[in-house]
Design a protein around this ligand. Structure first.
Ligand code: OAD
Length: 288
């Protein structure tokens, strides 16, 4: 059975809403509006799971910044990897072979990010952080838009476009205080590298450890705008689930297998909706 229902102006449907909460996991946004508001067997369960969560962790990917006009990597027509080759731009070998080309690519992305503004999805997460007792945002994004939106407890798993370091003396430069030139050179004459993770490189150990610790400790994890195609970030939702967290995916296309809830929506719409519903049922009573 397919049940459609509307909530705060959005319409969702679920396959077989008569099943138990665990089985009735899938919320599909249909994009159309309904005048009818039948019973809401699942959405309240999702909101309740968040409201009663003592520790909420969020994992974001490029999709959350799509509504800030920053292209994702793997979307079929618009993704960066549909137009550019990661082998030429995003590997340590590429950087050694042609640092100027890689720096031009980063300069272009930096400019894109400088022009961008946090969108409703980023802003909703910053507000959610204020409403729950414990909150950690793990992002694969290097654009800094979560911090610009006001999020505080942010783990940058793949580094940051703002940061640059010297491969010779390890001196760090934070944008805009990066030496001129493409590629820019360190004061010591060494080669500067953007502090973002390239394919084949290790993730920053401290960030990964913090992300894993957060994942095993949280009671709910929101997974937003990631294809879950890149490890180890892709494993974090499963780690959380294995340790008892409820998992919620928000994405126009399903990426996670077996999430407790799937909200088939863009990040901005999905998060604003969730935030509005969570705020309606405050004050909260955390389940300890
Ligand atoms: P991807 O480009 O792989 O996936 C983007 C996801 O966002 C897809 O699942 C889309 O369906 C979804 N999406 C698109 N628009 C959206 C919207 N408005 N709201 C919500 N979701 C939307 O990006 P990531 O999963 O972040 O790594 O990619 C992971 C890593 O691969 C990146 O950090 C980067 C890349 O290569 C490195 O550079 C090391």
């Amino acid at each position: 059975m397919v049940v459609d229902y509307a909530i705060v102006g959005l319409k969702f449907s679920t396959q077989d809403a008569t099943k138990t909460a665990k089985a009735a996991e899938v919320l599909h946004g249909t994009g159309s509006m309904s005048q009818q508001v039948p019973s809401l067997p699942i959405f309240p369960t999702l909101i309740e799971a968040l409201r009663s969560a003592r520790y909420v962790v969020v994992l974001t990917g490029a999709g959350i910044s799509a509504e800030s006009s920053i292209p994702t990597f793997r979307d079929a027509q618009t993704g960066l990897w549909a137009k550019y080759s990661p082998q030429e731009l995003a590997t340590p070998q590429a950087f050694r072979r042609n640092p100027k080309l890689v720096w031009e690519w980063y300069a272009w992305r930096r400019e894109l990010v400088a022009q961008a503004k946090p969108n409703p999805g980023h802003l909703a997460l910053a507000e959610l952080e204020q409403l729950v007792p414990l909150f950690t945002l793990i992002t694969q994004n290097v654009d800094g838009l979560h911090q610009r939106a006001g999020s505080r407890n942010v783990i940058e798993l793949h580094g940051s476009l703002r940061e640059t370091y010297c491969l010779s003396c390890a001196r760090e430069y934070i944008a805009p205080d990066v030496p001129e030139g493409l590629p820019p050179a360190c004061g010591c004459g060494g080669v500067l590298k953007p502090n973002t993770v390239l394919f084949g490189e290790q993730l920053p150990a401290a960030a990964l450890n913090q992300a894993m610790a957060a994942s095993v400790s949280c009671s709910a994890m929101l997974v937003i705008g990631t294809s879950a195609a890149v490890q180890p970030a892709a494993s974090l939702p499963y780690l959380a689930q294995q340790h008892g967290a409820r998992t919620v995916e928000i994405n126009p296309e399903k990426s996670l297998q077996g999430a407790d809830f799937f909200l088939q929506e863009k990040a901005g719409t999905g998060l604003e909706t969730i935030l509005a519903e969570v705020k309606k049922i405050l004050p909260r009573t955390p389940a300890i």
